[in-house]
Design a protein around this ligand. Sequence first.
Ligand code: NAD
Length: 491
Amino acid sequence: MATKKKQVARELLFGDLWEFDPAPETAPAGIADRYGLFIGGEFVAPKSKKWFDSISPRDDAKLSEIALAGQADVDAAYAAAAKAFPTWSKLPGAERGKYLYRLARLLQDRAREFAVAETFDGGKPIREARDFDVPMAAAHFFYHAGWADKLEYAAPGRDLRALGVVGQVIPWNFPLLMLAWKLAPALALGNTVVLKPAETTSITALKFAELIRDAGLPPGVVNIVTGAGETGAAVVRHKTAAKIAFTGSTSVGKWIQRELAGTGKRLTLELGGKGANIIFEDAAIDQAVEGIINGIFFNQGHVCCAGSRLLVQESIEAEVLRKLKLRMKSLRTGDPLDKNTDIGAINSKQQWERITELVDVGASEGAEIHQPACELPKKGFYFPPTLLSGVTQSHRVVKEEIFGPVLSILTFRTPDEAVEKANNTAFGLSAGVWTDKGSKYLAVASQLKAGVVWGNSFNKFDPTSPFGGFKESGFGREGGRQGLLEYGELD
Ligand code: NAD
């Protein structure tokens, strides 16, 4: 009898075997040479008379000149917002809802342009800006437009009113989306706003100001002041602000909390994270590997809820590591405007230096570094996808938020050990649990100190779902009914 030869499945090494033709996005980004401050419904020159350059991390080239708001400019923005408040807050909810729907639709109309501008400005792959950031930003306006005329159902039996003028400060990792998370609930409830985008990514916020103008929003309802930390501090400290909503680093968040103590201002803080992605031996390994990849390499790892600590059950460590390394070979790192790109540019030189420094620290502390061979563009700021194995919970790379495409791997033997290690962090924003057993998921998830715990998935977002942290990841929620209530006073 003839013996059958055993067939071994060939591995698909897409990155090495197939040459991709470049597929650059060609839609125009519509970025102006210069942007003033958006105060009282129009773009105005800064009283400070100062401007700063906004560069693209894609190639380090100048994109635009942005106004630097000083104290007098922040005062003017708050004055405009305070003037607009009485009328805006008294509008029937259905009327405010119309403006929010209009903003959502205007954003959809110019979705491609906004996606390209976001990629130029922040460095994220066009695929993500196009398929995630912009549609999700529009979804937040649609969702909160729906709430505007149904506020009596947000807190049944209670009276819900706007707080007043709200100061909002946002980071650079999801510039347009963070703006949407902040503006949409505040406006739905009848607040007026002074918003400060991050200094490296102000452009889509300023383009959004054009939509605000086009939507005919009453002047002063939304004011956008640009600048760096000093401008942010002026927004936070302003006596007119009834509430401050901040998303950014834990260190700045702590400073803001100290600064506002005793002032009576409301405060929500969405800060850093060091999410655990826990893989049990009974999980569907191939899906889990995709979840690990998405969990850490989405948006170059510039994600507060990134799954930057992989906790894998010891019995499957070798298999997971092998599959992960193979999958990483097929990731394409490079020009974010190329539609094939998976990992784009690091947002700024400063962030690139921080990632590099922390990975070097990891190496000096004995971590084993795995990076697939890939050719990075000569100009701009790029960092290859990186795995760090041979690390323990006391390594800095395991404890600190790196905010880049860098994953640390730890192992565990029992569910209790997984929970203990996952919770052994100063942060408490996110976690993922991969298992075939629903009961195991529920048992583990209920013990994790994290604002969101994904089951057999990671980095899934929805405007209807509240998002926020515990411990040094901050407090307060954004999204859903809970996020809406953060912008109202209950009587
Ligand atoms: P950052 O704290 O340096 O800056 C955030 C914003 O605060 C920027 O607009 C900045 O100009 C401003 N700012 C800086 N100093 C300030 C001050 N003294 N007073 C007021 N404003 C000030 O953070 P970053 O580096 O831009 O963003 C990355 C951080 O944001 C990460 O830690 C990340 O985890 C966190 N983040 C958290 C969430 C969340 O929802 N929890 C979402 C996105 C990002």
